[in-house]
Write a protein that binds this ligand. Structure first.
Ligand code: SME
Length: 164
């Protein structure tokens, strides 16, 4: 059973607690879908101002929708398209303070104002998908979140080489 946890406001402490929660609900699961599903749920609880938390996975040369929390979303994203495809092409995280100002942003929910996309990497650093989070607040995600989330997704590193 899920037990509610209090998330501290201070960013370093927040990410310590979040990392523990993600390990608790995803860390021990060997099935990728199950682990990613719980991961997205923990993030949705930890970020009450996020209206979408979830995954796109690289499959057959495009990004395909994975487990998520939020409204239905675009199911496939081409290499270089939108914020997610840009993260893939540039091989780095994207922090978008105002999605209106990101040329090519793919709108899935008109309430979204800001977005963060974090690469999922295998143990050799090769990207196999992205974590995508949207928020109704402009500028909701910053560098501390990029660093914190980059650390958190290392929990999923083991799925990079699995047959998806
Ligand atoms: N905004 C993303 C598309 C996915 S939705 O946000 C869930 C993008 O531009 O890549």
């Amino acid at each position: 059973m899920y037990i509610d946890v209090e998330y501290p406001a201070e960013r370093a402490e927040f990410y310590k607690v979040l990392n523990g929660e993600l390990r608790l609900y995803s860390g021990g699961e060997e099935d990728m879908t199950a682990a990613l599903a719980n991961f997205s749920s923990v993030l949705a609880i930890a970020f009450p101002r996020a209206n979408w938390t979830g995954f796109y996975l690289i499959k057959g040369g495009e990004l395909v929708l994975g487990p998520f929390q939020g409204r239905p979303a675009v199911t496939r994203i081409a290499y270089g398209a939108g914020v997610c495809g840009t993260a893939w092409r540039e091989d780095r995280a994207q922090v978008v303070e105002d999605v209106e100002c990101f040329s090519g942003h793919i709108a899935c929910d008109c309430n979204t104002h800001s977005e963060i996309v974090i690469p999922l990497r295998d143990e050799n650093g090769a990207m196999w998908g992205v974590l995508d989070m949207d928020s109704v607040e402009p500028g909701h995600f910053g560098d501390a979140d990029r660093e914190g989330l980059e650390e958190c997704v290392k929990i999923l590193e083991r799925f990079g080489k699995n047959d998806k």
